[in-house]
Design a protein around this ligand. Structure first.
Ligand code: DC
Length: 210
């Protein structure tokens, strides 16, 4: 079973994806983390072909064997990862890697192009949306005052623009279920996604596709 969860920065994808993975006993794969690890590798002067990224079952991100999980969620890597994600060579390499990670196992995979590019035959496709203001408020709480709300909002708008250009990112497919998350707690969103996934799986079982 493959579940794709796409959406812009700060829409709650990771929290929701992790909960769904747990509920359906799937492996959670955060593709944003692979772009962040690649950005860190390139920043350190590695060539793209020298970069090896692994995700452990405990969700640790390894860059050439080094656990870099705690280094990936900084304001600098928010921007750098978004920039390098516009390179065709970087995407070619990472999409291949992400497909390998999803092979022969049940996964919940989150990102920007999962339903459109990485797993075009995903069984369930969810797209989480929220206004830039709601997403900036969440980020502001998560990052605990390291940046001001206004600064976070400005950067979210900047990333939205860059993250939706080209490579079939942040696009809907006919099967995608769009779930707005403004004005709702993430627990409420998780409940809705759980129901949607259960309903989609029932339909697919009826059709004999699972
Ligand atoms: O989800 P995130 O913020 O951790 O992702 C970091 C950057 O990587 C984001 O700005 C856009 C890019 N990205 C992408 O282009 N495609 C994906 N599937 C996942 C992330």
């Amino acid at each position: 079973m493959k579940i794709a969860i796409d959406g812009p920065a700060g829409a709650g994808k990771s929290t929701v994806s992790r909960a769904i993975a747990k509920a359906f006993s799937c492996t959670f794969i955060n593709t944003g983390a692979t772009y962040r690890a690649a950005a860190l590798g390139l920043k350190r002067g590695l060539a793209l072909r020298e970069i090896q990224i692994d995700i452990t079952p405990a969700e640790r991100i390894l860059l050439n064997g080094e656990d870099v999980t705690e280094k990936l969620y900084t304001a600098e890597l928010d921007q750098l990862s978004s920039q390098i994600a516009t390179r065709a060579d970087v995407r070619g390499r990472l999409v291949e890697l992400q497909r390998q990670m999803a092979q022969n196992r049940d996964v919940v995979m989150e990102g920007r192009d999962i339903a459109t590019v990485v797993l075009p035959d995903a069984d369930v496709r969810i797209f989480l949306t929220a206004s830039p203001e709601a997403r900036a408020r969440r980020r502001f709480r998560d990052r605990q005052g390291r940046e001001t709300y206004e600064e976070i909002l400005r950067k979210i708008r900047e990333r939205d623009e860059r993250d939706s250009v080209g490579f079939n990112r942040l696009q809907l497919t006919p099967e995608t279920v769009v779930i707005p998350t403004d004005d709702r707690t993430l627990d409420e969103v998780i409940d809705e996604v759980l129901q949607r996934v259960s309903a989609a799986l029932k339909d697919r079982k009826k059709l004999g596709k699972l």
